[in-house]
Design a protein around this ligand. Structure first.
Ligand code: GTP
Ligand code: MG
Length: 365
């Protein structure tokens, strides 16, 4: 056999809540093999899936990474690809700890269709750079948001809905409680006003970020996680369903011309839209950011334990984890080694006939 021949030595499915950084990290890794590749910001998120090759040992073998769109609407697709996968990498964002259980949930659902026992699972914690940046800036985030609530009461909130046409809309806060979707929009607007310049509605590429690593998409996903953290005491429904509902769409609920009621028809256990008292204090926001959003070393160890603890039930063989930053090119070499270790571990997994993939009747109807 020719030593330069490429052998498909691993088909790795990369999953995790939307905007966690799956496409970014996989593109960076694939760039090592194909220098033409470049990560492009995608305001709407990955549609369906992307295949990207990573070669090791001068092309002797490669892994094919499939980062699938993290939004909930791609859940069926994840299962379909799961039936051909040989390993899973879970991507979690170090600035939105509140969404980690949703990412784990995705990996667990895929596991029931993966035709192996004892197959490798690893996780990558992304956006290390942004975690540091927000650690230094979060008190100004809270101040800006409190100011944003005041402005919303006085002048109303303008936003652009991006349905068929980009249309300007406006709402006022004239009551003591703010519905989730409006608070999410107030947070996005106030952070966007402070941390971006030159924004043009409908053209996400034109804006410039002021805070390093805080992209328009990061602003939205962070704002959603923050709104969730603030709303937690007021959630009436089941937490897992609420997380799924919030992972259904991108960008914000209002910008997408959607609302909680519409979405909750799909997530029946999510309950009514939470209402948050409008007199929320700066310190409460600070606490949510530090306690519920920004991950620290202990949080990562806890997640590792969660993964290890469910492994006997899901059939996982835990390969390891890395905390990286795609923007700072930090930890990418280690991430590449992690992928290589996954491919070694793939050899230890056993094929299994657990192919109860789809109920035939369910598929027909
Ligand atoms: N600061 C910072 N931002 C990052 C990093 N990695 C990704 N991002 C940003 O995070 C946002 C989402 O990244 P994607 O790679 O598109 O996320 P995804 O997981 O593929 O999202 P879906 O396709 O919707 O599931 C983008 O704005 C990226 O630029 C990182 O290491 N640091
Ligand atoms: Mg993607």
């Amino acid at each position: 056999m020719e030593t330069t021949e490429e052998i498909n030595a691993g088909r790795i499915l990369v999953c995790g809540t939307q905007a966690g950084g799956k496409t970014a990290i996989v593109t960076k890794l694939a760039q090592r093999t194909n220098s033409q590749l470049e990560f492009q910001e995608d305001f709407g998120g990955t549609i369906e899936t992307e295949y990207l090759k990573v070669a090791f040992d001068e092309g002797k073998f490669f892994s094919l990474l499939l980062p699938i769109g993290g939004q909930e609407k791609w859940a069926k697709l994840r299962s379909r690809f799961g039936s051909t996968a040989e390993a899973i990498v879970i991507v979690i964002d170090s600035c939105t700890k509140g969404f980690w259980s949703n990412s784990l949930h995705q990996a667990v659902s895929i596991s029931s269709v993966l035709p192996y026992n004892n197959y490798p699972v690893a996780f990558v914690v992304t956006k290390r750079d942004l975690n540091d940046v927000i650690q230094a800036e979060f008190k100004n985030f809270s101040k800006t948001i409190i100011e944003g609530i005041k402005i919303a009461k006085r002048d109303g909130v303008k936003y652009f809905s991006r349905g068929f046409r980009v249309a300007e809309r406006k709402f006022y806060i004239d009551y003591d409680e703010i519905p989730f979707s409006q608070l999410e929009q107030i947070i996005v607007n106030s952070l966007e006003d402070k941390y971006f310049t030159g924004l043009i509605p409908g053209d996400a590429k034109k804006g410039r970020m002021i805070l390093p690593g805080f992209t328009l998409v990061n602003c939205r996903i962070f704002s959603r996680a923050l709104t969730l953290g603030i709303s937690e005491p007021y959630i009436q429904g089941d937490k897992t369903s609420v997380l799924a509902l919030l992972n259904d769409m991108r960008p914000t609920m209002l910008e997408l011309d959607s609302d909680w009621k519409k979405l909750s028809r799909k997530y029946l256990e999510a309950g009514d839209e939470p209402e948050i008292p409008s007199n929320i204090a700066e310190d409460e926001i600070n606490n949510v950011i530090t306690e519920k959003l920004l991950a620290n070393a202990q949080d990562i160890l806890n997640f590792e334990n969660d993964v290890k603890n469910i492994s006997p039930r899901t059939g996982w063989q835990f390969t390891g984890w890395k905390h990286i930053s795609v923007f700072e090119n930090e930890g990418l070499d280690e991430a590449a080694v992690l992928i290589k270790n996954i491919m070694k571990d793939i050899a230890k997994s056993e094929h299994s006939a657990k192919f109860t993939l789809f109920n035939q009747l369910e598929e027909l109807f």
